[in-house]
Design a binder for this molecule. Structure first.
Ligand SMILES: [Zn+2]
Length: 181
């Protein structure tokens, strides 16, 4: 049924009255012509005319069934639309979460890279310090060796002096014994 169909009927306003179809009981499916100004106010044009004769009982029942079916389908479409929107939002949320997680992972990776760099630098510094300590230890060792050498010489000198004193004492004892001194 083409509800855009026009019957070329002009009301008192001089405007062509559009053809409409009512979806309400008890005239469901019945076409009518109505002035576009009909319901604007009480003073405007009241042109209204049925195009079709009154619907029979069977036609009314069938028309109501069609209208109800149409409303159910509209509701189903609306429900599906909501579900699609829900899925779409879920997907958007999921994508957002993935992006957020990727950002966090990137931040963590960057943090680890910086920490590893710091650790490497610290290790290099430690190696440098260890090398410096090793050099100092070598120096101390060398000084110790030289001191030990000095000590040994000093000890030998003391032993030699003691020996000289012992010999001198023995000589004096012998000379005294011989009555020379
Ligand atoms: Zn009118």
């Amino acid at each position: 049924m083409n509800i855009q169909e026009h019957f070329n009927v002009q009301c008192g306003c001089g405007v062509e009255a559009p053809l409409r179809t009512t979806l309400t009981n008890p005239n469901v499916g019945r076409r009518f012509l109505e002035c576009v100004n009909y319901k604007i106010s009480d003073n405007t044009c009241k042109y209204f005319d049925w195009v079709d004769p009154p619907t029979c009982e069977r036609g009314k029942d069938f028309g109501n069934w069609i209208v109800k079916k149409n409303m159910d389908l509209d509701k189903d479409v609306e429900d599906l639309r909501k579900q699609i929107l829900h899925v779409k939002r879920g997907r958007e949320w999921f994508v957002m979460m993935i992006n957020c997680m990727n950002r966090k992972i990137k931040e963590m990776e960057d943090g680890i890279t910086v920490k590893m760099e710091e650790r490497k630098n610290k290790e290099n510094l430690n190696a440098l310090e260890i090398e410096e300590l090793r050099v100092k230890m070598e120096e101390v060792k060398a000084k110790n060796m030289s001191l030990r050498g000095g000590n040994k010489a000093m000890k030998e000198n003391i032993e030699l002096a003691n020996l000289k004193v012992k010999c001198f004492t023995a000589l004096v004892v012998i000379l005294v014994g011989l009555g020379i001194v």
